[in-house]
Design a protein around this ligand. Structure first.
Ligand code: Z5A
Length: 192
């Protein structure tokens, strides 16, 4: 396969522990891609602007209590709300740089004790529609879960490096990915 008819934007997902620099780097990456002439947009999850996102935001800031399965499914619903828009943007050639996505959904919920396979299945499921997780022991469990979820398309960056070094590494990785997608690689799910 390949060729202009299959050309699409790349989906670049930034995952990592709390405060590791995802927002800093995703903002810089979008600016750099645009500067180099690529169409790119910055997205982030949870998207707190939707009604589901507001329920999530209220939970994260400890203003409401929810069952662990319920909040997991709300995070999932928050991504499903944007799924068709995501697909159409990628197909129209726009690269999306996404600050957290479904890997966060699984890594965080599973760190709370939910079964990781249930979380992966539920992350694919639609139709349901100082923050809570910022503790060291909890973040360690999240980190272990990222190792379990790590797949062939993942690239690891040391978040303790200077910001400029991370920015350059990330830009080179993203440009490779953008080029591959422009050459024609069909859209597929992150995990099946
Ligand atoms: N969550 C979930 O449970 N299920 C889901 O499905 C999803 C999410 C999607 C909210 O996410 C919570 O939702 C999150 C996971 C859970 N809970 N936690 N933890 P969020 O994205 O809204 O919040 P966050 O992950 O905590 O993001 P953050 O606070 O915005 O952190 P960040 O984006 O990784 O870092 P930053 O804001 O770019 O940088 C933090 C500081 O470090 C800042 O002062 C920077 O200037 C500094 N910084 C950045 N890079 C460097 C380097 N290289 N060196 C030194 N200092 C640096």
């Amino acid at each position: 396969r390949g060729g202009k008819e299959d050309s699409r934007g790349a989906l670049v997902v930034l995952e990592g522990l709390d405060r590791c620099g995802k927002t800093t780097q995703s903002t810089r990456l979008v600016a750099n891609l645009e500067r180099l002439g690529h169409s790119a947009e910055l997205w982030r999850f949870p998207d707190r602007t939707t009604s589901v996102g507001q329920m999530i935001s209220s939970y994260l800031s400890n203003k409401s209590q929810l069952d662990d399965h319920t909040i997991h499914l709300l995070f999932s619903a928050n991504r499903w709300e944007k799924r068709s828009l995501m697909e159409s943007k990628l197909k129209s050639g726009i690269t999306l740089v996404v600050d957290r996505y479904s890997y966060s959904g699984v890594a965080f919920s599973s760190a709370k004790g939910l079964d990781i396979e249930w979380c992966k299945k539920a992350a694919e499921r639609g139709g349901y529609g100082g923050e809570r997780y910022e503790q060291l022991e909890f973040q360690k469990k999240v980190g272990q879960n990222y190792q379990v979820l790590r797949g062939p398309t993942w690239k690891i960056i040391d978040a303790c490096s200077p910001m400029e070094d991370i920015e350059e590494q990330l830009q080179n990785m993203a440009l490779d990915c953008v080029k591959t997608c422009q050459e024609g690689i069909p859209l597929s799910c992150l995990w099946s």
